[in-house]
Design a protein around this ligand. Structure first.
Ligand code: SAM
Length: 359
């Protein structure tokens, strides 16, 4: 929650509007596009609407939370190092759409696409694989009918139903969230717990040559290192190197065998990319050297049914950009997609550990 301390009015680009300054707490409830902020609508009218809204909702929801979430979305984009244009390109919209979204205006499909690429997930919702399912699950957990939820949120039944099927607008989503999941918030970021320094520095840990020799012996030559580095000892026919303008999360993956030791601070993003590239048939075998971090629903629902997992005995001494060795302070696994039984047997003969038996 990097920006939690900010007030709504500071967060909003319209913070100097009279209405907002007079009643900052109501902002989360209204579609900005439906209020003429520069003309400053009647403060009384806004207060009356707010009063009736809170009577319906009977919740302790802090109406600023919706804006906090929207603000965090922007922070997530920035901390990924992406401009609005980059994000827009990744989801196939224009930069203006992202700008509007970051002002709380847009469609749910756009919001969901942005949340997916930024790995921006919410907690405090109900069970479900998608945001829409989680909304429905949450409403049902709270024993609210569609009509109840609609009434309390000041929305139509059709709008709530649409939100529960992935449609609707961000504005109505925030209103519904206020009623059914007032405590919803961004899920904590993954932490790499990996040394000191800034994120780039912490993520630049290279696979040691002796470990790589065992990988080559088990799997043969490596065709692609999608997150390569000029200082890394990985020998691959092709490397995608960030410093050379490459982007392993966007550029095509190709070749037979991929070796992936990704930035651990963005582990899920990279595993998702690996899974999708493998599933699309762009690569045959992917070998991922990653922390044993298995808590995400996606890992359980989507990845693990297809992955073979080798739990390493001991830890790997990675090499930092200064050439200094450093053991991980956590356990590691080798997760493979598409590896043959022979390759797996060879790996077990090279590196201490054991393959998890697939059920
Ligand atoms: C843990 S290091 C591993 C480097 C190398 N693959 C190895 O095994 O020695 C992860 C590297 O990913 C690079 N990286 C981060 N984001 C990237 C991106 N979007 N595309 C390509 N490389 C990226 C960083 O520069 C970092 O050096």
């Amino acid at each position: 929650m990097a920006e939690c301390g900010c007030s709504t009015s500071r967060r909003s680009p319209s913070h100097n509007s009279v209405a907002l300054a007079a009643a900052p707490s109501v902002m989360g409830w209204f579609d900005r596009s439906s209020i003429n902020l520069t003309a400053a609508p009647s403060q009384l009218q806004v207060m009356l609407q707010w009063g009736s809204e809170s009577r319906h909702s009977r919740s302790k929801y802090d109406p600023r939370r919706g804006w906090i979430l929207i603000g965090e979305l922007r922070s997530a984009r920035r901390s990924a190092g992406w401009s609005r244009r980059t994000l827009a390109e990744r989801i196939g919209v224009d930069a203006q759409t992202i700008k509007r979204l970051e002002n709380g205006v847009g469609s749910m499909p756009t919001l969901i696409a942005v949340m997916t690429v930024l790995d921006f997930r919410l907690t405090g919702l109900g069970p479900g694989k998608t945001l829409a399912e989680q909304l429905r699950g949450r409403r049902r957990n709270r024993s609210m009918s569609l009509n109840d939820a609609a009434l309390r949120a000041g929305l139509s039944r059709a709008t709530v139903s649409s939100l529960e099927h992935g449609g609707g607008t961000v504005t109505s989503f925030l209103r519904l969230l206020a009623v059914i999941a007032p405590g919803a918030r961004r899920r904590a970021l993954e932490r790499s717990y990996w040394g000191q320094g800034d994120k780039n520095d912490r993520d630049s840990r290279f696979t040691p040559p002796d470990f790589l020799a065992n990988i080559y012996a088990a799997f043969g030559e490596i065709d692609l290192d999608p997150c390569g580095h000029n200082l890394s000892p990985v020998v691959a026919n092709r490397r995608i190197v960030l410093d050379e303008g490459g982007d392993g999360l966007v550029d095509d993956w190709s070749g037979k065998t991929v070796f992936l030791n990704p930035p651990f601070s963005e582990l899920l993003k990279w595993l998702r990319r690996a899974y999708l590239q493998w599933q699309a048939g762009n690569v045959e075998t992917v070998i991922c050297l990653v922390p044993v971090r298995t808590d995400s629903p996606w890992f359980h629902d989507t990845l693990s049914p297809h992955a073979d997992i080798y739990l390493l005995r001991g830890r790997v001494r990675f090499v930092d950009p200064r050439g200094k060795g450093q053991h991980t302070p956590f356990s590691l696994m080798i997760l493979t997609l598409g590896a043959s039984a022979e390759q797996r047997t060879r790996l077990a003969a090279q590196i201490p550990g054991f393959w998890l038996v697939r059920s």
